[in-house]
Design a protein around this ligand. Structure first.
Ligand code: HEC
Length: 142
């Protein structure tokens, strides 16, 4: 009960702060009433899937990824067995060199960059397909 009240107080305080910050810019010569209460709506977060879904690199890479087993260990924005694609995209520039290195890693498998868990090798994936998959992954920057 007590904690809940404290929590409510905290929320009220936060709301108050947000309001104070938003309304601090009123010009001194303006005699009109309070600045229009521009409601501070939180910017709507769009998912990375939504953000890139029309990009040809996205479409091609995703199709190939869906044809393999990548999704048993990887998700776009959440780490499961392997790192989130968004985190991989965050780590590497999408250069031809990185695409090549990472494509090789997908085919050969490997461990030690993201932790102790290894990625299984994918000898059945061609280099070209692996590159398209990696280009898709590196596209997924926040
Ligand atoms: C058995 C689970 C598993 C599967 C299946 C899997 N991965 Fe991974 N992946 C991992 C793990 C674990 C890592 C982190 C390896 C490390 O720390 O070096 C990883 C890392 C990666 C990386 C980053 C490599 C680096 O050196 O930073 C890429 C890119 C990647 N995976 C792509 C893929 C693609 C594409 C597929 C499908 C063809 C795939 N993975 C399938 C588990 C998996």
């Amino acid at each position: 009960m007590k904690t809940k009240n404290l929590l409510n107080l905290g929320l009220v305080a936060l709301a108050g702060m947000a309001y104070a910050c938003g309304g601090g810019e009123s010009s001194s010569e303006s005699t009109s009433a309070s600045p229009a209460a521009a409601s501070p709506e939180p910017a709507k977060e769009i998912s990375l899937e939504e953000k890139y879904k029309d990009d040809p690199i996205y479409i091609k890479g995703l199709e190939k990824i869906k044809g393999s087993d990548c999704q048993t260990c990887h998700m776009v924005e959440r780490k499961i067995v392997g790192p989130a694609y968004a985190d991989v995209a965050d780590k590497y520039e999408s250069t031809e060199e990185n695409v090549e290195t990472l494509a090789k890693k997908v085919i050969q498998g490997g461990v030690g960059v993201w932790g102790e868990v290894a990625m299984t090798p994918h000898p059945g994936v061609s280099e070209e397909d692996a590159k398209d998959m990696v280009r898709y992954i590196l596209l997924l920057k926040k």
